[in-house]
Design a protein around this ligand. Structure first.
Ligand SMILES: Cc1cc2nc3c(=O)[nH]c(=O)nc-3n(C[C@H](O)[C@H](O)[C@H](O)COP(=O)(O)OP(=O)(O)OC[C@H]3O[C@@H](n4cnc5c(N)ncnc54)[C@H](O)[C@@H]3O)c2cc1C
Length: 455
């Protein structure tokens, strides 16, 4: 019977990161996946969608080329070529990841696993035993009651397989996945309407970011309805017909259901082995331990942010925990978040509302407009960097909107996670002309010494 220090069920971001780190620490690892190594992020999530968003940016640049004095004509989107480019990117990364896992002597088992004992996973009749078991089976695209996926009604999984650009699309859900697809399709030439039941797009972000994105989307001609719930959808040869609770009807060629992702944790023996779960999520303590000794859970099956880099960090954490290294606890609030639509939205730490709820009036806010930032003007983008400071203390939140601001999240997360004060950051030099300068300018201003900003 194959045995190892760790048996990991699921080879997505959480599972494979755990495998790689554990083997680095000298532990033996069996990694099980029923599909391709790399999981949702590599094959159906982060990477393919960001490739589409890059193609969308190229389309926009071509359309807008005249503005920059460059003569080019936008003739349309060749979806087969876009998909080939995207698949080539995914393929290269997949090959690299397979090589990495092999080089670290991780035993990869292909097949559907089931937890048959707290220390064992069975795959196709073979039992794999581990001194520790890590559950990393990820998430699936949810739908709403009565809204069946099929035909013209699809989730991101089917949307990524489309071989043509739809003329008219309805996107149900204005969260991260919804706005990213809306942004791609608009750039590709579709007529797009987003339906969001909450009062704002990207409703988990600081309200000022949501409002700025709404303004930008309006300007781009992306329609949306806010605060009205979906009621029903029907499809026929002509298209898909959506009715909202206020009686509004919308017609389109397809409906993307982007109402969130649920944990992929049922029917694999977790309940039978006594793993504590709540509404399908696997419950863990702050050290990612389930209630069953030596069984851990990482990534999207645990309640919280559903992000690949959270999965990576969870995986690394568990490997180090098992190796006895006492890693630092991972707090969701300090995990960077980027939404890659155009314009991008990026944030870390507390929103202004969360900071005010936690610290009352002891909060200072500063918003630096990208209008004052040379590189943003060169790129012709609007937006801002908003800082949330615990008054006279560290910066506890950074919230940004604008083209390419996702690239600024690296410094933002250092600032928040190292609990830097505006004075600390004001001492650091930001290269000119970069969008990164706006980060420096915002901190200079909050430190009471604005340079390219009014006091
Ligand atoms: C459209 C889309 C865009 C996204 N964009 C981003 C982004 O830009 N940035 C970001 O950070 N995150 C993004 N995400 C989220 C990110 O993909 C997930 O947070 C991440 O993949 C979670 O990793 P995981 O290891 O928990 O699960 P997954 O990556 O879902 O991996 C779980 C693995 O377990 C396997 N598995 C499940 N059950 C079994 C079983 N019984 N036996 C064997 N194997 C099993 C599956 O095959 C899968 O490979 C996106 C997601 C989607 C859908």
């Amino acid at each position: 019977m194959p045995t190892a220090d760790l048996v990991i069920l699921g080879g997505g971001s959480g599972g494979y990161a755990c495998a790689l780190r554990a083997s680095q620490l000298g532990l033996s690892v069996i990694l099980i996946d029923q599909d391709k190594l790399g999981g949702t992020c590599l094959h159906r999530g982060c990477i393919p969608t960001k490739a589409l968003l890059h193609a969308a940016e190229v389309a926009d640049s071509t359309r807008e080329s005249e503005h920059f004095g460059v003569r080019a004509t936008f003739e349309g989107i060749d979806m087969a070529r876009v998909n080939a480019y995207r698949d080539a990117v995914v393929g290269r990364l997949y090959k690299g990841l397979q090589g990495l896992v092999k080089s670290r002597s991780v035993t990869f088992v292909e097949g559907t696993g089931r937890l048959v004992a707290p220390n064992a996973v069975e795959v196709g009749g073979t039992r794999y035993e581990g001194a520790n078991v890590v559950l990393a089976t990820g998430s699936y695209a949810r739908t709403l009651p009565g809204l069946e996926i099929g035909g013209r009604i699809m989730t991101s999984d089917q949307a990524l397989a489309l071989d043509e650009v739809p003329e008219k699309v309805i996107v149900l859900g204005g969260g991260v996945i919804g706005v990213e697809f809306a942004s791609v399709w608009k750039s590709f030439g579709s007529d797009v309407t987003i339906v969001e039941a909450l009062p704002h797009l990207v409703p988990n972000e600081d309200e000022s970011c949501s409002k700025a994105l709404e303004r930008a989307f309006r300007k781009r001609g992306i329609s949306f309805t806010l605060g009205v719930r979906f009621q029903s959808a029907a499809q026929d040869d002509a298209g898909v017909h959506v009715t909202l609770e206020d009686g509004t009807t919308l017609d389109a060629d397809l409906l993307l259901v982007a109402v969130g992702r649920g944990p992929n944790a049922t029917g694999m023996g977790y309940e039978e082995q006594g793993i504590a779960m709540e509404r399908g999520w696997v419950l863990v303590d702050e050290r990612l331990r389930t209630n069953v000794p030596n069984v851990y859970a990482v990534g999207d099956i645990t309640p919280g942010l559903q992000l690949a880099h959270r999965g990576f960090q969870h995986g690394i954490f568990v490997a180090e925990q098992i190796a006895g290294l006492n890693p630092a606890i991972i707090e969701d609030i300090n995990i960077p978040r980027v939404t890659y639509c155009e314009p991008e939205v990026a944030s870390i730490g507390m929103t202004e509302a969360q900071a005010r709820a936690a610290h009352g009036d002891d909060v200072a806010i500063y918003e630096y407009s990208l209008a004052g930032n040379g590189k943003s003007q060169i790129l012709d983008t609007a937006g801002f960097i908003k800082l949330v400071q615990h008054r006279d203390g560290p910066v506890i939140g950074v919230h940004m909107v604008g083209s390419r601001v996702g690239e600024q999240i690296g410094e933002a997360q250092l600032i928040v996670n190292w609990e830097a004060t505006p004075d600390n950051v004001a001492l650091l030099i930001h290269a000119h002309p970069t969008q990164n300068e706006a980060m420096g300018e915002a901190h200079l201003a909050l430190a009471g010494k604005p340079l390219h900003a009014h006091a």
